[in-house]
Design a protein around this ligand. Structure first.
Ligand code: MEV
Length: 310
């Protein structure tokens, strides 16, 4: 093993969360400005130490913690490289807020996988990266579509259908996405389970909502291809209505969405699993995005970011 780093980025789901678990398409963007870096340094003793904001301590003692899913991935990687006894320090530096719908756990899995492959001087292709990320994502989320890992490992916006290779999708040159944090942790596992339960108790109505979400993603893709930001905004707003009926929006998300719409957003919705986390709002220009950021801060957002399409 040699010293190595692995990098990944935040993701934002533009359209298709939840429905993507049920085979509908989704569109998601990597946010290159918000990075996660895993630094792996070999040790001469056999200690395997983790240093991160999620967990700090020995790998062996991490099992009952929020890091268990990641620990499962690291154990599998060590087995794969026949290095179960290798000592190391793994430092995870993350600019992604955890549990906010920005793909923090997937980004962590992707960066760790990249760091291990680099440390063992082994080539890694995108498909294998996503297979590894699925190990921890399954442990953490139960039934992940794979969208989070695909986007945190990507460098361009992605069109994603579960079980298929993701492919890049073109974005207009103008337009800006404002991201705002409610400050409330999102609950991916709970939200995904809640939608699954709803599908059992109200199959027809829930299936219809998932289809509607898929249709809005298709409309969003057409709007992107036509550089039509107004139509894209309408797709975001229609998707939010379906997500709210699905039961995954919250009052805090709705307040920020209302504030964005009242200050000129072309469309707004929650992003990620919901039940907390972040919302996104579409602005026609960078300057209008800055107005939205200020309005969202006044409305109570605990953090805001802006991603210009240019
Ligand atoms: C979570 O970021 C996105 C969901 O669609 C779950 C998934 O795709 O695995 C809610």
């Amino acid at each position: 093993m040699q010293q190595a780093t692995g990098t990944s980025v935040a993701k934002i789901i533009l359209l298709g969360e939840h429905a993507v678990v049920y085979q509908e398409p989704a569109i998601a963007l990597p946010i290159a400005a918000i990075q996660l870096i895993a630094h792996l340094t070999p040790r001469s003793d056999h200690h395997q130490q983790i240093h991160s904001e999620f967990y700090t301590g020995s790998l062996a003692a991490s099992s009952p913690t929020a890091f268990s899913g990641m620990a499962q991935l690291i154990h599998s990687l060590l087995r794969f490289f026949a290095a179960e006894k290798q000592g190391f320090d793994l430092v995870i530096d993350s600019a992604l807020p955890p549990e906010r719908g920005m793909g923090s756990s997937a980004a962590c899995s992707v960066a760790i996988t990249r760091a291990f492959y680099a440390a063992f001087e082994t080539a890694l292709n995108p498909e294998v990266t996503l297979n590894w990320a699925a190990v921890s994502e399954r442990a953490i989320h139960g039934n992940p579509s794979g969208l989070d890992a695909a986007t945190t490992a990507a460098s361009r916006p992605q069109w994603f259908v579960r079980g298929q290779a993701p492919h890049p999708i073109a974005f207009p040159k103008t337009g800006s996405l404002v991201i705002a944090d409610t400050g409330v942790p999102g609950q991916t596992k709970v939200a995904v389970a809640q939608v699954a339960a709803r599908l059992q108790t109200h199959p027809d109505a829930t299936r219809k909502l998932l289809t509607t979400l898929g249709q809005q993603t298709q409309k969003g893709a057409l709007a992107l291809a036509a550089d039509d930001l107004v139509a894209l905004g309408d797709a975001l707003t229609a998707a939010q209505a379906a997500l709210a009926t699905l039961g995954v929006s919250t009052e805090a998300l709705a307040n920020l969405i209302d504030a964005a719409m009242a200050h000129g957003a072309l469309g707004a919705k929650l992003t990620g699993s919901g039940l907390g986390g972040c919302m996104i709002a579409l602005a026609a220009t960078k300057a209008e995005g800055q107005v939205l950021q200020a309005a969202l801060q006044t409305a109570g957002a605990t953090a805001t970011w802006q991603h210009d399409f240019v």
